[in-house]
Each structure stands twice: as C-alpha cells, then as structure tokens.
Design a protein around this ligand. Structure first.
Ligand SMILES: [Zn+2]
Length: 1081
C-alpha cells in the first residue's frame, strides 16, 4: 500500500477516505488502519499524524457519527478511542474540539449514556483530554460538565470501577480551571470527594482500589492549587483524613504509591504559619552612615502582599528528595565579546591609589637594619596593639565625606577606649567564668554571680582539686582552668584569644566568650564518615511535622528569645534546655520548646536585614544525658542542603574539652532538611522556609555544649592567630607584617598580611630580586557563614610561615598579600551572607562604595595600585565555602570556555587565549586529595559579573583569578571519599594551594628537586592520587604556541582584535608564565 511508502500522502489519503466513507464497513476499515499505524512507535507517529491534521480529521468523524439520531457505537467507540489517544499528545486538542463543535456534543452524548458504563467511559476519556486546556475545561464547567461528571463518581461499588476511575480522572482534568475549583467548592463537591475517599479506603480491604484512591488524590492535588481549595480541604478534615489513611498505607507495601502523593498533598495544604517573631528584621540593628534608621524597615517590607497566593501555573509538586535543579548556566553565560574582553578604565583617579604604597612595606623595608628591632618587638605584644590602635586613625582618602563613628561604638567603648593599655575588660570575670566553666550560670545571676557562687558550680572533683591545689591561688578562672586541665593547641593561646576578643566590636556588644573559641579546637583523630541516611527519613520527618499540626500535645514554651531581656539568659528550669548565643559568631534568635525533648529554633537574620538565615552557632546546657533531643531549625532559606546528603552539624562539649578532647565533632542523627509551612512575619505568604532537623544525645548531665552549622572561626580567632604567627616566624628569614587594610563600618580592623622571604644581603641583586617578586593576592571570608574558608586560609597562613622548604621556596619566589577576612563585621555578628550594609560584598566589586563597602573598596584599590606600579598579581584567589557541593574546587575565567559552553557561534579557533588559567587546578588535581578537578569551571557568568573573581580578571587583568570553593560536607572522590571534612582537611587544602603555586614558576624543575618531592610525599601517594582525563591537551598546545607568538601584542589592541585575548601577562614582569604542557610533577 502506498500509504506506508509515503506516510505524508498516506495519512492524507486515510483522512480523506475517513471523511468520505459512507458505509460502516469502510469507516471501520479506515479506523482499524489508523489504530494499527498508531500502535507501534506511537509518540513519533502520533505527533506526525497530528501535524498532518489527524486531530481535525478524527474530530470531524466524531461529529459526523455522533450527531446521528441513533449513533452506531461500533463506529463511534473506535473513534472516541482514537480521539482520546491522539488527543493526549495534542496540546491544542481542546481548542480544536471547541472550534469544531465537538465539546458540547461529547458532553451531551455522555449525559445521554450515563446508564451505559462502557460508552460513558469512552466519552469521559475524551472529555479528559479536551479538559487539558484550561479554557476548554472552563467551557465544559460552564455547561454543567462538572456536575454531570461528578454524578458519575458513584459511591463505593464493586461494579463498573473502570468507569468510576475514568470519571474521577476526567473530574481532576476539569479542575485545571480555577473557576471549576471554585464551583466544586461552592457545590460541596470537595467534602463529597473526601467522604468518598474515606469510604473507598475503609471498604477496600483487599487493596484492589488503589488506582481509584490515586485518582481521588489527584483531584485533591488539583484542588489544593488554589487557596480556596486548600482552605476547603483543611476545613473538611482533609489533613486529618489523609494523615490517618497514610498511617495504614505505611503498613502495606502495595500501597506505597499512595503515601508519596498523600504526603505531598498534606504538605501543600498545611496552612501557612507566620514565624513566631515580632518582626522579620534582624534583632541586630546598626546605624549606617548617611542613612536614616527607618530606611531599613522600608526595604524589608517592600514586597509585602497579603493577597491570595495561588499557584495555578505550577504543575509540579516540589520534590525535595532530589538534588535541587542545577542552574541553567547557558542562559547566564556572557556571550558578548566586548564585555568579555574590554578592560574598563580604573574606577578611581590615580591619585587615590598612592595611599596603598604603605601596604607594600617589603619594597621600602630595610631588612638588615630592622632585624634587631623586629626581634625585640616580636617578643612583646605592643606592636600589635599599636596596629589596632592605628586602625581608626588611618587617613583614608575617599570621594565621600569622612564617616562618623556609629553611635553604638561610643557606647560600647565608653570607659574602655582610653584604658585599653591597663586592660580593664568588658568581659567580667564572673561572666566569663559562668559561660566557660563546666557548670552553667546559676539561676539568672548573669551579672550578680559572685566568685564563691561560681566556685560552687564546679564539679566535686574540680572543687576538690582546687581546694587541694597545693595552696595555689588563681587570680583568674582562666589560669585555674589551664593549670588544672592543661592546654596545648598549636597556634592557639586562650589568653591571646581573650586579649583579641576584648578589642572586637560587635553590634550588640558581646561580653561573653564562647568556650570553644576561647579554649581552642583540634580536629578529632579519627575519620568522620558521612552519616548514613535512613530510608524514607524525609517522609517520616514531614509526617511528624504534619502530626504536630493535628495534635494538641505541643507545649509551645519560649525558652530563649534574643529580643526579650528576661529570656536572653533565662533561669534554668528543670527538664528544659537552656540556650545562649550572645557571643561572637553566635546566631540563635529564639528557641521554643515544642515537646518534652524537642525544640524549634529560629535563626537571626543578617544584621539590618530580614533575610539570609542559614548559619547557626549557639550554646546549650541543662541537658539530661542519654536522652535524644530533637532540634528543628525552622527558618533556613536555602532550597536544599548537604544535610540531606550525609552532612552533620558540629558539636563541642566543654566537658570533653576539659577532659583533654577540645574538639568540634560531627554529631547528630535523624538529620533531614525539608520545606516547611512557615512563612515570614510580614511579606509574602508564598515565601517558604526550610527546616533542618537533627537529634543529639548528650553524654553528660553537667555539660555545656555548642552546636554549629560548621566549625566556627571567629574574627578574634584570626587576630590572635596572626599575633601567634608573627611571634612564630624567624624575622631574619621570614618577612611577616600584619597591617590594617581599613577599618570596617563597625570600627574593626580588617587585617592585611604580607609574607615573603627576607633578602639575604643588601647586595643589588638580592634587593632587586625581592622587588621583582611577583605578588600572589589571597582573600577569604567575604561571606561570613563560610567559616570553612577561614580554616583553609588558616592552613595557607601557617604553611607560608613555616620552616617547610617549599614554604621557603615560595617566600623566595613570591610576595604574598593576604586579606584573610574581607567581612569582619559579618563574621563577628553571626551573619550568613552580608555585611552590616546588608549587601553581599561579593557582588560589589564593580564599583564598591568607599563608605559602605570599605574592605572591598580598599582591596580593589590595592589591586589597582599594584597594576599601576606594574606589579599586577600573578594569582588572585578568594576562598569561599560551597553549601551544595562536595570536595574543593576552583572557579576561574576563560573567554574560550565561556563561548564554547554558551553555544556561541563565534569562531573560537581564531581566539588566542593563554591557557595558564588551568595550571593551578591541574597541579591541585595531582597533589590535593580534597580537590576535584572535574568540579572546576572557567565560565564567566553575567550574574557573577560583580564578583571578585570576574572583576579582578577583567578590570585588573589578572589571568589567574579564582574563587576556591570548599565543601561544608565532605568528599565523594579520592582518598577522602565518603568522609566529612574536618578542619584538618580544610587546613591541608590551604597548604596544598600554596604547593600548587610552584607550578607557576619558571624554575619549577629546580624547585621540585628530589628533596622537595620527597618532602611533599611523606609515605603515601598524595602526589598522584588520581588522574583526570580531559580532552583539551592538544588544544592547549596550539593555544600556547599562538600566545607566545602574540606575546607583545598588547599595544596594538585597537588594531588587532585577536591580540586582546592575550589578556594579562604583558604586565607581569617575572617570572614568565610557565606553559601548562610543561608538566612539573
Ligand atoms: Zn561565598
């Protein structure tokens, strides 16, 4: 038959035959052929048939045969079957049927055949596909279609189940129109369907009606898409019914499919609950220079709306079980060549750059003369005090008027600023003691606790030790603790920490140290494997959440509230935990006891903001040992979390610390992260929060424990660490200088560190070599919640100051300029994302405001200064933490890769790009076990155009400009596979990053002499623990050849477009870039 040889003419011939067939037999024949044709390879052929007018042909056959006074069902039933089959694939079938007049005809035929189960089912299937279009379903509804179909959904019966199922499915399809949902609610159909669901469920003892129950759940899901429908479902006991039925489904494996739908449905119906707070605004307010205090409120409430939050267009019910959809990078990639290539003029006049010459002390330093002085200074702490004191006096030029000291500063500093030298501290001994001693403060005597009372809170053993302590008299609890418990943590001294903390300025004026920061932390010796995830844990937790809505056993007792003076430090109640978080990096706003051993916790938004809750760090005490306590952090914002993929929060026990284990450990079971039904106090109901839930079983009764999102690293810890590093280096070999980049908005010093090698002599060659050393600029912690970045930086700093021969080689080769904490105020105040100006500082690099973003403004200024003196850094890397990925990886910038990835039609073969941007990643791939080469990318995204990485690359011409992202969780590859990260692995990554910099030197072969390689490879094969197979090696060589040939092309940029790709190296004097194909390992 020719139809099979030429389908196009074939389908048309079939349709024309169908149209013209006058007798039943030839019509049936044609229908049989169509059915046959569509039974194999269906999707493709059906779509082809639709494109050839198949739907219209079938609809006209339906009208022709259905309009007869007594239709011939031997013909009509096959037509209805084919309309339903083809209609499922034709998104315009409803419209086509309306235009052809088939909709009301079908509805009428259904009405006339209600008693005839088989025919009714065929009509219902057709109505279902017609109702796929919202306007058609509205049309059917307004012609009593909803009532006709509803009446077919009989009560429970063992007869005609197929027809009943078809009616329910058709009814669900009609609910795609909001008007139909409205009339279903008005006519009581929603409550009717709930009764029916209950009846089918209770009478279906042999589980044969699962499909009908599933179809009814589908109706409820459609109803729940409108606020009216949800309210109606809830008010008629829908949640209770579904909860009850789900409990029985849980007992039967064959009803598994019903559980998922029921749980999702209950979640979407749970009434939105405003967070139990007085305001979404952070409890911490800081007056910004040049802005009225009231401005803050306006920003937060601008999107307020109390309207109906219908979600009619959104078909999919969110699936928290899957990793959140990865971003569609392609749309976000920069494809404009001019934007990718142009290097705009500097953002400020050159005169303003001169101030940064002070940040290159190594260029003017007379090492030999200063040697004696340095060694004297390093033995006392006076130099560091001066540095801090200097902080507020730095004469910074800026285009804005000088900022005024914020009011709160003068208050908190009252009575202390002039007395710093005699060191009277705002941390009262009794406060300090009560917060760091093994016992917590006794009943609300935060400020009134006497020394004797404090002593009485010691355990018996400690009291005994103390009394028998060889007659020693301790003048501070700290010396007592250290004497009794000993203390030896590398690069950590409690007294140094305390001294640093005394100078730290927080918005609320913290007067307390958290014990872990004060006492210090060493990573636990054993591995920390990822937590196994119990099957269906998420479902279980969501069901428990729903149960809370139904039950009345909820205590709802506020036990901690940052905004209520009486509850900031509430008296201990028997049986209830005590919470506290008013210390550096602390973040807990409110704690509510909901069941005997279960607490809802609410985090404080970033200061001056109403958003960005994710980071937490708080103290908990008064626990009963060996009892599982459940904690629910109910206002997390990220849509997914590594807490669903094996990550645990971290716990620090003071008692363990004093017993010789000062450790933050991964802890917690029953961990789960899911969307909840809470919404902001003001603002849109549709904004949702997420719950992080975990269970902790405490070991001791008399303990104070700390829980945090990740290993805390405070600003004071950094300050103390830098002091200790300064003290640790040999000033005749290592040039280590801590300076202040600038004061922050709150008046804290933003530290700036220079590390390089002292030159061995005053000879011209040595001095010249020092002045020619290329700069490596490193920064971290612009996002305060990313404490992992600080631990990586700690590893970098300690390595660079070490006696390690590689460190020595690096110091002799490079000058390191390090800004280890770009956002001190954010870190201090327990914020997650922003600075006090409520901006994400890593989106301010294009034009940073000198007053509101001083650290970014001056970092960029310093980088511009380096460019202006022809010392453009060889590498810039900003350390970050990544909340959704495992491992550690780099983001860099490449024009070619961006254009490839974006699908740009530009011929990239003509582009010349130095492939040196890949060198560090390739080196790290070989030497750093935590590093994942495959997670790196070099794409320039539009949405990131104001980040450090892209601005430093584009505007300042640093070819190797990176963001280094470290996981909060752990590793899924290499020798650490399956383990959560400890601080040890993060610090090691900081060290390995330094190692990788050797790959950039000309002299790599010399540097990688036998002794160094042996040193880097102590016992286990970390040098080559894995390899990657990437397909760009050949291309690389081509690129390099071109780049070298075009080496001096920068001056011709205006004439020669391709020369622009040679982006940066002409400004770097020494050493020349090594090529990627010179493999040094
Ligand atoms: Zn970040």
């Amino acid at each position: 038959m020719s139809a099979f040889q030429n389908p196009s003419s074939g389908f048309e011939a079939i349709f024309s035959t169908l149209q013209n067939a006058e007798d039943a037999e030839s019509t049936l024949n044609v229908l049989n052929i169509l059915d046959e044709l569509l039974s194999a390879d269906t999707d493709h052929r059906i779509h082809y048939m639709i494109s050839k007018g198949g739907s219209e042909a079938l609809l006209s056959a339906l009208i022709k045969n259905g309009s007869r006074s007594s239709p011939d069902y031997t013909i009509l039933l096959p037509i209805l079957y084919l309309v339903a089959k083809v209609g499922q694939k034709d998104c315009r079938i409803g419209k086509k049927a309306e235009e052809a007049g088939a909709v009301l005809l079908t509805l009428n035929l259904l009405k006339n055949n209600i008693q005839h189960a088989g025919r009714a089912e065929a009509y219902l299937n057709v109505i279902q596909v017609f109702a796929g279009s919202v306007s058609t379903s509205k049309h059917i509804g307004s012609n009593q279609g909803l009532d006709i179909v509803y009446n077919l959904i009989a009560r429970y019966t063992i007869k005609n189940r197929q027809t009943i199922k078809a009616s329910i499915i058709a009814f669900a399809a009609l609910l795609s129109s909001k008007d139909n949902i409205c009339s279903a609610v008005t006519k009581g159909y929603v409550s009717g369907l709930l009764l029916l669901y209950d009846e089918w469920h209770s009478k279906d003892t042999n589980h044969s009606a699962t499909e009908i129950l599933q179809a009814l759940l589908h109706c409820f899901c459609k109803i729940a898409r409108s606020a009216l429908g949800r309210d109606n479902l809830v008010s008629h006991g829908g949640i209770r019914l579904l909860y009850h039925t789900t409990q029985t489904y849980l007992l039967n494996k064959c009803q598994e499919s019903l559980i998922e739908s029921s749980v999702q449905l209950m979640r979407s119906c749970l009434p939105k609950t405003r967070l139990p707070l007085t305001s979404d605004q952070s409890a911490y307010r800081f007056p910004l220079p040049g802005r009225q205090h009231d401005d803050l409120d306006m920003v937060a409430t601008s999107d307020e709306s109390n309207g109906d939050d219908d979600d009619d267009d959104d078909d999919k019910v969110e699936d928290d079980y899957q990793e959140a959809q990865s971003k569609d990078y392609d749309n976000d990639l920069e494809t404009d060549l001019n934007t990718l290539c142009l290097r705009p003029a500097t953002d400020r006049p050159k005169e303003l750059l001169l101030q940064y010459s002070r940040l290159c002390p190594e260029l003017s330093h007379d090492f030999l003369e200063q040697l004696d002085l340095n060694s004297q200074e390093s033995s006392s702490s006076s130099s560091s005090d001066d540095e801090t004191g200097h902080c507020n006096r730095l004469p910074f030029d800026s285009s804005r008027p000088e900022k005024k000291t914020p009011e709160f500063l003068s208050q908190t500093e009252k009575g202390t600023s002039d007395q710093t030298k005699s060191a009277p501290c705002p941390l009262k001994v009794k406060d300090f003691y009560s917060h760091t001693g093994i016992n917590t403060r006794s009943g609300g005597t935060k400020t009134g606790e006497t020394r004797e009372e404090a002593n009485s809170s010691l355990t018996d053993d400690e009291q005994k030790n103390k009394n028998e302590g060889n007659g020693k008299c301790y003048n501070s609890p700290m010396t007592y603790l250290i004497d009794i418990h000993g203390h030896d943590i590398p690069y950590h001294e409690p007294s140094m920490y305390r001294a640093a903390a005394l100078k730290t300025k927080s918005v609320p004026g913290f007067s307390t140290l958290a014990f872990p920061d004060f006492w210090g932390h060493v990573p636990p010796p054993g591995n920390e494997p990822m937590a196994p995830r119990k099957p269906n844990i998420q479902r279980q937790k969501v069901l428990e959440d729903i149960q809370r809505f139904l039950n009345t056993d909820i205590i709802n007792q506020v036990v901690f509230d940052l905004e209520d003076e009486c509850l900031q430090f509430p008296p201990a109640k028997p049986d209830s935990l005590r919470f506290f978080s008013s210390f550096e990096c602390g973040n807990l706003r409110k704690a509510i006891r909901v069941r005997r051993y279960e607490y809802d916790l609410i985090l404080n938004a970033d200061a001056n903001c109403s958003q960005h809750t994710q980071w937490f760090y708080f103290e908990v005490s008064n626990m009963v040992p060996d009892v599982p306590y459940r904690f629910n952090i109910i206002n997390c914002e990220k849509s997914n979390s590594q807490f669903n993929y094996g990550m645990q929060p971290v716990l620090y026990s003071v008692r363990d610390a004093l017993n010789g284990k000062p450790q933050w450990c991964r802890s917690g079971t029953e961990i789960c992260y899911f969307r909840n039904h809470f919404c902001p106090v003001r603002g849109r109901l549709r904004t949702t929060f997420y719950t992080l839930t975990f269970t902790i079983t405490f070991k001791y009764s008399e303990d104070v424990c700390y829980l945090a999102y990740h290993y805390p690293y405070t600003y004071s810890a950094l300050r103390a660490h830098l002091r200790l590093l300064n003290r640790s280096v040999d000033p005749s070999k290592v040039f280590f200088r801590e300076q202040v980049l600038c004061p922050t908005l709150a008046g804290n010093a933003c530290p700036f560190v220079t590390i390089t090698a002292c030159h061995p002599s005053k000879s011209y060659t040595d001095i010249h070599q020092l002045r020619d050393r290329p700069c490596i600029v490193l920064s971290s912690r612009v996002h305060p919640g990313e404490s992992n970045a600080s631990w990586v930086m700690k590893g970098t700093l300690e390595f660079l100051c070490s006696h390690d021969p590689i460190a020595q080689a690096l110091r002799e080769t490079f000058v390191f300029k390090i800004i280890p904490m770009l956002n001190p105020d954010g870190v201090i105040n327990g914020m997650n994302r922003c600075d006090l100006n409520r901006d994400d500082l890593n989106r301010q690099w294009c034009k940073p405001d000198p007053v509101l973003c001083p650290t970014i403004y001056h970092t960029k200024g310093f980088l511009s200064y380096l460019s202006s003196i022809r010392r453009t850094p060889l590498v810039f890397c900003d350390y970050h933490g990544h909340s959704r990925k495992k491992n550690v990886f780099l983001y860099g910038c490449s024009i070619k890769e961006t254009l490839w990835q974006s699908g740009s039609t530009f011929d990239t073969a003509a582009l010349k790009e130095d492939p040196g941007y890949r060198t560090i990643a390739k080196a790290l791939d070989r030497i750093a076990p935590a590093f994942s080469f495959n997670s790196c990318n070099y794409l320039v995204e539009k949405s990131r155009s104001a980040t450090a990485r892209i601005v430093v690359w584009k505007e300042l011409g640093v070819l190797r400009s990176y963001t280094m992202e470290s996981t909060y969780n752990g590793f899924d590859q290499g020798i650490y596979k399956g383990l959560q990260t400890r601080t040890r692995e993060l610090e090691e990554m900081g060290m390995k990053f330094c190692h990788s910099l050797l790959s950039l030197t000309v002299d790599t072969r010399a540097l990688y002499g036998r002794s160094l390689i042996n040193h880097m490879n102590p016992g286990h094969n970390v040098l080559d623990h894995k390899s990657h197979k990437q397909g760009f090696e050949l291309d690389l060589k081509g690129c390099m050849a071109n780049t070298c040939a075009e080496g001096g092309a920068e001056g011709q940029r205006t004439e020669n477009k391709t020369a622009r790709w040679c982006h940066s190296f002409t400004t770097v004097k020494s050493p020349a870039p090594s090529s990627d194909n010179t493999d040094v390992y």
